[in-house]
Design a protein around this ligand. Structure first.
Ligand code: SF4
Length: 308
């Protein structure tokens, strides 16, 4: 991984020599938490939980990140090789997980692909790739045939907002190309008899305070690019200002209002999306996993289904 170009940052860090990239990680796979998680969308969490594996570091580092503890090098950290990561997936399946949910995997995606190639044939449950959407096409193509469900964010339509909040002015064009490639790989959503997702694409969007017009533009961009009835939208209201109080953007110091969220939800309905929405009560840090303690937990979900 000399001169890493794995993600769109293309920062060129020599991770094999231990140099840390913008993502904050060398080439050693580092995981903070692996547990059954009930706070994902209903077809991902199901009744028993999603087998989440939270990777340390992040190639986006949004100013409002709710997982900042682990995206910035803190919290519990366990180094794994590709074999150990494969073992962890098998353990989560044995514990009852409905799927393997790889959270913030982008900057380890090449090592994860190796691990998946080893273990894919042994797992009976789907692989979910849960990312920020800031992905290179080459890295995604390496995952073709290894991932069943893509669960990307689509954060911004405006390059200005993407620059201010995530230091990534190219985010909108990069994310648009990424979700197109993801859809090309997995196609139309497919569910089992119990309503769990077996294959497909769920695009997540978190509505930010004072950014509802950009949120509507995000939804319009997705609807112009993908067949809306073949994918699912997860419209999130769980923005928690606690994680952004030290940033310079005053609008991020408050919670979302119901007017802001409902106006974006109405736009989603007008575009014909099916998917999932959250009650505003989800906007609480109680729904942020504790990455400081080395313990498993299972809690109640925050999403509701909607079919506009
Ligand atoms: S994955 Fe990390 S090291 Fe590689 S280009 Fe992206 S930010 Fe840089």
């Amino acid at each position: 991984m000399a001169e890493c170009t794995l993600c769109p940052r293309q920062c060129g860090a020599d991770r094999a020599l231990g140099e840390l990239g913008f993502c904050g990680e060398s080439n050693r796979i580092t995981v903070s938490r692996a547990s059954l998680h009930m706070w994902e969308e209903p077809p991902i969490s199901g009744a028993r939980g999603s087998g989440t594996i939270f990777f340390c570091g992040c190639n986006l580092k949004c100013v409002f990140c709710q997982n900042r503890v682990i995206s910035s090098g803190g919290g519990v950290r366990r180094e794994l090789n590709a074999d150990e990561l494969s073992e962890l997936m098998l353990e989560l399946e044995a514990a009852g997980a409905h799927n393997i949910n790889l959270v913030t995997p982008t900057h380890f995606s090449d090592s994860i692909a190796l691990s998946l190639e080893q273990v894919r044939h042994k797992l009976k449950i789907p692989i979910v790739y849960n990312s920020s959407g800031y992905e290179s096409l080459d890295a995604l193509k390496r995952l073709d045939g290894l991932v069943d469900v893509y669960l990307p964010d689509f954060k911004y339509a405006s390059p200005d907002l993407a620059k201010k909040y995530s230091s990534a002015p190219d985010y909108p064009e990069v994310a648009l190309a990424a979700v197109s490639e993801m859809f090309r790989q997995v196609g139309e959503c497919l569910f089992d008899d119990g309503g769990l997702m077996k294959k497909g694409l769920i695009v997540r969007h978190l509505v930010l305070p004072a950014c509802r017009h950009d949120s509507m533009n995000v939804l319009s961009l997705i609807a112009d690019t993908l067949p809306v009835k073949s994918v699912r939208l997860s419209l999130m209201s769980q923005y928690t200002p606690e994680f952004a109080l030290t940033c310079e953007y005053k609008n991020l110091h408050r919670k979302l209002t119901s007017f802001e969220y409902n106006s974006v939800l109405a736009h989603a309905e007008s575009l014909g999306f099916d998917g999932y929405f959250q009650a505003l009560s989800s906007a609480s840090s109680q729904y942020t996993p504790n990455f400081e303690e080395d313990a498993d937990f299972i809690q109640g979900g925050t999403f509701e289904e909607c079919s506009p």
